[in-house]
Design a protein around this ligand. Structure first.
Ligand SMILES: [Zn+2]
Length: 566
């Protein structure tokens, strides 16, 4: 590929619209261009990277026994109505009518379509297990698309759906996918972790997210340095609180705390730490108020609360909702005399002689104790993990680190097959619903995550397996016959041997060629310039380490083959 003949519109400055590094660099390096909000065009280098990722995904999915299909992007709304998701999915599902007034939608995911395909064409246990996948453009009408390919509206995804006849078979399929995903992200050259993920309302423990580790990641991962435990924040558990020495219960006392509503203000006023206060927060669970008791320095993890309550939606109550539900202004709420259902984080049970709101404006109680002063019937792990917490499996201190979700595997069970009446006949001639699983990889997101993980101030640093090309040759003497002949001959020879090479044959200053080569992040750079004209040497530089070696031109082919096909 010749730089002069290829659409690589590099930019010198950071585009103002871009907030995260992958977005900035992809725009600057001419990998993508925005068409409209959250919708991007892939230019040649961007597409080459996507194709490399897709190739790895395809090879590993095929090796795991999955079969590739390609499903329509435009889906009839009736199928979504049948599964019950037409309403549930909300405005992220882009809906429209065609010229015959038929309701349709753009596929954000394909459970309905694939289940329909299988129910119409697979009828016997003999055809199972069946695992079908596709690599395709999806559309989700995100309310606030941002971060370029990280959270676009249109994106490229690999989605697979499995169909099994027994739980054991479904579990085996799940494990096969988990193994395939490990292979895929390892082959992409990325540092990643698989973490236990929340399964939401579907239940069960069969869900893992694959996270590319990056300081700029949106998600927090909880990783045990000692054992295999790893989870995302929604799911992360910790050791139950230690049952410490019981101390003597002090008498409950009511104290005036005028205008002190926030934890910080109350504890400062009472000269105690936040660990000696239990705060009472009101949440609206599917519209009904519930009081949550929590140690002062802890935060509620809404997904844990939602799962515990079996609610579809959980939101922090507004001050007005608080007052309507309890008759007490927020900031002075407490468990004594609480009229609405109450649930406590289990850490509260380990506390003694703590402060609480008095359930009355401008007052708190000190030296409150569970059991003596109020009862809590329901306790659970409801809070966000902190750096002080310990591993639920082995007790070691936990590490919190940032990551970007690039893959998700999920055991669906029979939710969709039952809703859509997708059944097969088992070996006894009994009709049964398929046991399903689904497995996604955000292909375009993998490219963005790779950059978030691998870059420096000069540009991208692609891992070799997914770099658009492995090598860029800089011709630093486009007007020098000797230099140009050498660069051109090497380029043609490598291309003829099937290697993808970018030849920078532009009539530009060496400085801007070096800058562009760094920006594009191509793993190896070969410079043919003055040193070649004088001494017959070319410079081979590794983008990642910045190391360079001068080698005689005659040896350069062998050296390149060694580095690129290790
Ligand atoms: Zn552990």
């Amino acid at each position: 590929m010749r730089f002069s003949q290829t659409l690589i519109p590099t930019l010198r400055e950071n585009p103002s619209e871009a907030e995260v590094v992958s977005h900035k660099l992809m725009l600057r390096a001419g990998f993508i261009r925005k068409l409209s909000s959250g919708v991007y065009s892939y230019l040649p280098l961007g597409l080459m990277t996507l194709r490399h990722i897709e190739k790895i995904v395809r090879e590993e999915m095929n090796a795991a026994g999955a079969q590739e299909v390609l499903l329509p992007m435009v889906q009839p709304a009736d199928l979504w109505r049948e599964s019950g998701r037409l309403q549930k999915y909300g405005p992220e599902l882009l809906r429209f009518r065609d010229r015959h007034e038929r309701e349709s939608c753009l596929g954000p995911t394909h459970e309905e379509v694939i289940t329909d395909l299988v129910r119409n064409n697979v009828h016997s246990y003999r055809a199972l297990p069946l695992n079908l996948y596709q690599i395709q453009t999806k559309f989700r009408d995100e309310i606030r698309p941002r971060f370029g390919l990280m959270r676009g509206r249109e994106f490229i995804m690999k989605d697979a759906y499995s169909f099994d006849d027994t739980d054991e078979a479904a579990q085996l399929t799940y494990e096969k996918m988990r193994y395939a995903y490990h292979r895929i992200f390892t082959r992409c050259g990325l540092a990643f972790r698989a973490v236990e993920a929340d399964t939401g309302t579907i239940g069960g423990s069969f869900s893992h997210e694959f996270m590319v580790l990056a300081d700029t990641g949106e998600d927090t991962l909880v990783i045990c340095p000692k054992c295999s435990y790893a989870a995302n924040m929604e799911k992360a558990a910790c050791m139950p609180p230690p049952t410490g020495e019981k101390v003597a219960e002090k008498p409950l006392a009511k104290v005036e705390t005028p205008g002190k509503r926030k934890v910080g203000a109350v504890t400062e006023f009472l000269r105690i730490s936040a660990k000696e206060l239990v705060k009472t927060m009101i949440f609206m669970a599917d519209g009904k108020p519930v009081a949550v008791l929590l140690r002062g320095d802890h935060e509620v993890q809404p997904v844990k609360l939602q799962n515990f309550l079996g609610a579809v939606e959980v939101e922090l109550a507004t001050d007005q909702e608080c007052f309507t539900a309890t008759g007490v202004p927020s900031g002075y709420l407490g468990p004594i005399g609480m009229k609405i259902p109450m649930v406590a984080d289990r850490e509260v049970l380990a506390m003694q002689n703590f402060a609480i709101g008095a359930g009355e404006k401008n007052y708190h109680f000190i030296n409150a104790n569970v059991g003596r002063d109020f009862q809590v019937e329901r306790t659970a792990d409801l809070r966000l993990i902190t750096e002080d917490d310990r591993c639920p499996l082995c007790g070691a201190g936990l590490n919190l680190t940032r990551g970007i979700e690039v893959g998700h595997i999920f055991k669906l069970g029979t939710n969709y097959s039952e809703a859509l009446h997708a059944v097969f006949l088992d070996s006894n001639g009994q009709e049964k619903p398929f046991i399903m699983g689904c497995y996604g990889i955000g292909v375009s997101r993998v490219a963005a995550a790779a950059i978030e993980q691998n870059h420096d101030k000069d540009g991208m640093i692609w891992p070799l397996p997914i770099a658009p090309l492995p090598l860029i040759i800089l011709n630093l003497g486009v007007n020098d016959e000797k230099i140009t002949t050498a660069a051109e001959s090497l380029y043609s020879e490598l291309e003829e041997q099937g290697m993808d090479v970018l030849l920078d044959d532009r009539d530009e200053r060496p400085g801007s060629k070096f800058k562009d080569a760094d920006l594009l992040g191509i793993p190896y750079r070969l410079t043919v310039g003055k040193k070649f004209a004088k001494e017959g040497l070319v410079e081979l530089r590794t983008r990642k380490t910045g190391e360079s070696v001068d080698i005689p031109f005659a040896e350069v082919r062998d050296k390149i083959y060694q580095m690129i096909n290790p």
